[in-house]
Design a protein around this ligand. Structure first.
Ligand SMILES: [Zn+2]
Ligand SMILES: [Zn+2]
Length: 399
């Protein structure tokens, strides 16, 4: 039994592509973000008036994971192995634990959840279940394993006081899963020569250390590292969700506010995740000895984020405390947009834009994170999605 499990885990081994800074698990690009970010974008999408954000989130997860779970199978896998892989992928990526042994009885139980942790820590208790992502994952996984279409509803959730999360399966669905239309994009990233570096921060050592960390869920299916809960989520999920959200909001004349909300979520996440990293024992042992001046923190954090799969970005210009110019050579938002929608008329990288501001606020701001929020403003002036050779972000202090 243990041998079988370790053989299956082997299929999910991380491949870190050094030249592109991508993290790949079972053939899929995954991005590491923390529970703050994941819960906040969920709240942003689900709380927006006039659109069905919850349905968007569930269907996005269903579309992505019906393919991703299937990609972990190899020809000849018996049914029991396919079920085991559907459970294992979920926990390995850090989403929590699901028990698929009672699917035939139309019930799934979950004993831990990244999304419950995120909601409970950052956003307080709520009466409705919060595990929309898991509903979509289960719909996709059941389809991948058996070919059956179904709708999954969470009827009890730990975020609203349940002892576990409990899902029921509604059978007899005929509505198909929406296909994902993607066309490959030919793109050669620009050279990463010529950017600013710190004399004392060894970026290669930091990247090696973070890539070497076991950032996958173990017993609990959660990844409590850097004082936050991390999860590996497909870039395609983030891209489809934010595009779907922006387009639904645009149809109601609220595109600008949709983009602003996504950017603010990333700004908050940037501060929270990076503060967690700077307070961690990992930072203390490895990185703190490299820090001579405040700007060194910035160089070190950029190196860490390049190990998390966010997309190969570097410092072009920096005046400590005042301004920062960053360039990203292959960000997942820009390339993902092109694959899904073709060339864009405007910059598309909300996540990197928000994080760029969050980095400056964290390193040079004062007071609580709430007080620092909004004290720097970031703008993406050029984007790969609209034909530029790189995405360019400028950050400046406000006021
Ligand atoms: Zn739940
Ligand atoms: Zn961009």
């Amino acid at each position: 039994m243990e041998n079988r499990e370790s053989a299956l885990v082997d299929r999910l081994r991380l491949v870190y592509r050094r030249p592109s800074y991508r993290r790949v698990i079972a053939g899929t690009d995954v991005i590491i973000h923390c529970h703050h970010y994941n819960s906040r974008i969920q709240r942003t999408v689900e709380a927006a008036a006039g659109i069905d954000g919850k349905a968007l989130l569930v269907s996005t997860a269903e579309r992505v994971f019906s393919g991703y779970v299937r990609d972990t199978f190899i020809d000849g896998d018996p049914l029991a192995v396919r079920w085991a892989l559907a459970e294992l992928l979920y926990s390995h990526l850090g989403y929590g634990r699901i028990d698929l042994s009672r699917v035939a009885e139309s019930e799934v139980l979950a004993s831990s959840s990244h999304f419950v942790e995120g909601w409970s820590v950052g956003l307080g208790r709520r009466s409705e279940p919060v595990c929309s992502f898991t509903e979509g994952y289960l719909q996709g996984a059941i389809f991948a394993v058996t070919g059956e279409l179904c709708d999954v509803h969470e009827v009890e959730c730990m975020a609203s006081g349940g002892s576990c999360c409990r899902f029921t399966i509604k059978r007899g669905r005929t509505r198909p899963i929406d296909a994902i239309e993607q066309s490959p994009v030919e793109f050669t990233p620009a050279s990463q020569e010529g950017y600013l570096h710190s004399a004392s921060v060894d970026e290669e050592v930091i990247i090696d250390a973070v890539v070497g960390m076991p950032l996958y869920g173990r017993e609990s299916g959660l990844i409590p590292v850097f004082s936050v809960y991390l999860a590996n989520i497909p870039a395609l999920f983030y891209n489809l969700l934010s595009l779907g959200f922006i387009e639904a909001m645009a149809a109601r004349g609220r595109e600008r506010s949709a983009r602003r909300l996504l950017q603010e979520d990333a700004e908050t996440c940037g501060m929270n995740t990076f503060r967690g990293i700077m307070c961690s024992t990992e930072w203390e042992g490895l990185i703190a000895p490299m820090i001579r001046e405040p700007a060194d923190n910035l160089h070190a954090l950029i190196a860490v984020s390049n190990a998390l799969g966010w997309g190969n970005w570097h410092i072009q210009r920096h005046t400590p405390g005042l301004s920062l110019d960053l360039e990203s050579l292959n960000g997942y938002e820009a390339l993902g947009f092109q694959e899904l929608r073709g060339p864009s008329k405007r910059p598309q990288c909300s996540m990197l834009t928000g994080v760029a501001a969050g980095l400056m606020e964290l390193i040079y701001g004062e007071g609580t994170l709430e007080e620092r929020f909004g004290t720097y403003a970031a703008v993406e002036s050029e984007c790969i999605s609209s034909g530029a050779s790189r995405c360019c972000f400028g950050v400046e202090g406000v006021g």
